[in-house]
Design a protein around this ligand. Structure first.
Ligand SMILES: Nc1ncnc2c1ncn2[C@@H]1O[C@H](COP(=O)(O)OP(=O)(O)OP(=O)(O)O)[C@@H](O)[C@H]1O
Length: 237
């Protein structure tokens, strides 16, 4: 896919998402949202509980394809892609980091990081995967932990594994839903420092959803959601 479009990795225009409630009503979760998300930049979405943050990031992460409006990825309309093309685009280009780390408990650290490499279109042999995993562990400061199980690691260390797993496919975007939500303030700051360091180094677009304004302020741009409406409240040129 060609990487043009003025540095925009993702553009959404007048994006609307709805859910059908049990009582027959329709709830608008995302109401005419507009965003331009560029490579190498970081973005935060803040807003009250229920304001639509997760609904929006799920669409941007290609996890939910049910919306109206325009969604361009690398200048190409996502609505023209088939389900399998969307899955491949997501698996090969987007890394996810969640509040609860979402590691597979019965797999060792290195096996958790290996999983996206096995599903990506960027095929590697066993030796290349081992080398990639060693480099990834080094980049998140977890050398020597490759054979541990997630339950033997601290919360901060588990989130570092999740970041290494997100980085494994050399993604164009990393999307995080409350990445520091389960961590103390100091560890949360270390995780954000790490995220900013790896996205800058690799020219990745970082988008985080957070309740924590101090965490949001570490990003170039802050959006606020309120009742499904999205507004840009801070922008660094
Ligand atoms: N599948 C669904 N069925 C019914 N209501 C839904 C569904 N998904 C989302 N909602 C509602 O849509 C609104 C937006 O939800 P969303 O999870 O996007 O908010 P949020 O800002 O991420 O909230 P939080 O910060 O608590 O995670 C909420 O009122 C939620 O209850």
């Amino acid at each position: 896919m060609e990487k043009t479009n003025g540095g925009n990795l993702i553009q959404i225009k007048n994006l609307v998402a709805t859910v059908n409630l049990n009582n027959g009503d329709t709830l608008v979760t995302v109401n005419k949202a507009n965003m331009e998300l560029k490579r190498g930049n970081s973005y935060a979405i803040v807003g009250k509980s229920g304001s639509g943050k997760t609904s929006l990031i799920s669409i941007i992460g290609l996890l939910n394809h049910s919306y109206q409006g325009e969604f361009l990825y690398n200048g190409m309309s996502v609505s023209t892609l088939t389900d399998s093309q969307l899955s491949m685009l997501r698996a090969s280009n987007i890394g996810f980091v969640f509040q609860n780390y979402s590691l597979i408990k019965h797999l060792r650290v290195w096996e958790n990081i290996e999983l996206p490499l096995l599903y990506s279109k960027k095929k590697m042999n066993t030796r290349q995967r081992k080398e990639a995993i060693r480099n990834l562990l080094q980049s998140v400061g977890l050398e020597g932990k490759e054979n541990d199980y997630p339950s033997n690691l601290s919360g901060g260390e588990q989130q570092r594994v999740a970041i290494a797993r997100a980085l494994a496919v050399s993604p164009e975007a990393i999307l995080c839903d409350e990445p520091t939500g389960a961590l103390d303030k100091k560890t949360g700051k270390q995780i954000m420092d790490l995220l900013h360091q790896v996205v800058l180094k690799n020219g990745i677009m970082l988008l985080i959803v957070t309740h924590d304004l101090d965490i949001a302020k570490t990003c170039n741009t802050i959006f606020e959601m309120d009742g499904g409406r999205l507004q840009c409240v801070k922008y660094d040129s």
